[in-house]
Design a protein around this ligand. Structure first.
Ligand SMILES: *Cc1c(COP(=O)(O)O)cnc(C)c1O
Length: 359
């Protein structure tokens, strides 16, 4: 029997989504201890989890199934965001929410604005939706007219990130309102909103087709626990709740998220410290004549590399235990993206860059 005939033929050449390798695996490959690695490749919070959050996750009753309605978490989020609990849907990370939205919308075509987060086109392909790429303009501004034209040609779901990953820039209220006026569901992925200090959540009241997606992965340091949420119009949120997997958020993740909200003032201190490091990165990177850092509103800096190969720079940094992302594709030729961590992480990165410069 040929099992290939029993599964979707259009998946035969689908590439696996390539997430970053676990730190232990990388450390072993490099012959380093895990704590010698400076992990600036996945925009994680290098301050690590808050002690009270760690404690709450450890004490969670794992032997009992989670609350499928996430009652306590949705209530706490509703108070924080000043919306109704019925407008919130929790999931195993922002990625789970994006997956729920695309399955609910079941679009023939999806609009993305590259360069952007890879999950959008991945999810579109898995859901057999055509991906209409409307590239960003000069300064990585959105091509709103281009997106409108894609919607007129049949796309019914728009995925966009603000701040955008990897470019770091924000969409404006005016742009999001123009997109919401189109005949499409507009998903604004705010994975980095806490670093930017702005959100489009208040626009949901006037725009029933707007879904804002948020996560505890980046600002609250819970990437490994998988906890995110969507905020939407109540009718849309109700339908999202109806099709999500009942136990999509683990007991530990919900407990950790509640503890993170209870200690958000402490966590926001690390967010502010990370933003200071990002600003320091922007100015220090600009001193290397072969690097072109771009201003960012998130916890990372995208940097053009000139006169050298970005891939070689990333490899040379990696050999020194410093991990960054590199890009070399049509809409992002020869770039690296560096996450902001603690001051000592920036120090290690800058020392390694100076060595690479001499190579
Ligand atoms: C990191 C990231 C996510 C993933 O969030 P999870 O909550 O960890 O699934 C989503 N969107 C963007 C733009 C990201 O950079």
């Amino acid at each position: 029997m040929d099992v290939r005939t029993l599964v979707r033929a259009d998946f035969a050449d689908l590439e696996e989504y390539a997430p970053v390798k676990p730190i232990e695996v990388l450390a072993r490959e490099l012959g380093l201890a895990p704590d010698e690695i400076v992990k600036l490749d996945a925009n994680e919070n290098l301050y690590g989890p808050h002690p009270a959050v760690r404690e709450a996750a450890a004490r969670a009753p794992f032997h009992i199934y989670p609350d499928p309605y996430h009652t306590a978490l949705r209530q706490a989020l509703a108070e924080w965001l000043d919306v109704r609990a019925e407008q919130i849907v929790a999931g195993a990370g922002a990625d789970d929410i994006l997956d729920i939205v695309i399955r609910l919308a079941w679009p023939d075509a999806v609009v993305t604005a590259p360069p952007t987060f890879g999950m959008y086109s991945f999810l579109a392909r898995v859901n057999r939706a055509r991906v209409v790429e409307v590239p960003r303009l000069e300064g990585w501004e959105l091509d709103v007219a281009g997106i409108a034209s894609a919607v007129r040609q049949g796309a019914t779901l728009i995925f966009l990130a603000s701040p955008n990953n990897p470019t770091g820039n924000l969409a404006s209220v005016e742009e999001v309102e123009r997109l919401c006026a189109l005949d499409a569901l507009v998903v604004v992925d705010e994975a980095y909103a806490e670093f930017a200090g702005t959100t489009f959540v208040p626009l949901i009241a006037e725009h029933p087709n707007l879904v804002v997606v948020r996560t505890f992965s980046k600002w609250a340091g819970l990437a490994g626990l998988r906890i995110g949420y969507g905020v939407a119009n109540e009718e849309l949120a109700r339908r999202m709740m109806a099709i999500k997997q009942p136990y999509n958020v683990s007991v530990a993740a919900e407990a950790a998220a509640l503890a993170a909200l209870a200690h958000r003032d402490d966590l926001m201190d690390t967010v502010r410290a990370t933003v200071l490091e990002r600003e320091r990165l922007e100015s220090e990177l600009a001193r290397f004549p072969w690097l072109r850092p771009h201003h960012s509103a998130a916890n990372f800096v995208l940097c053009g590399v000139e006169g050298r190969s970005a891939r070689h720079v990333a490899d040379a940094l990696r050999r020194r235990g410093v991990l960054v992302r590199y890009y070399d594709r049509p809409e992002l030729r020869n770039y690296i993206r560096i996450s902001a961590g603690r001051p000592q992480d920036t120090d290690r990165l800058l020392a390694a860059l100076r060595e690479v410069e001499e190579e």
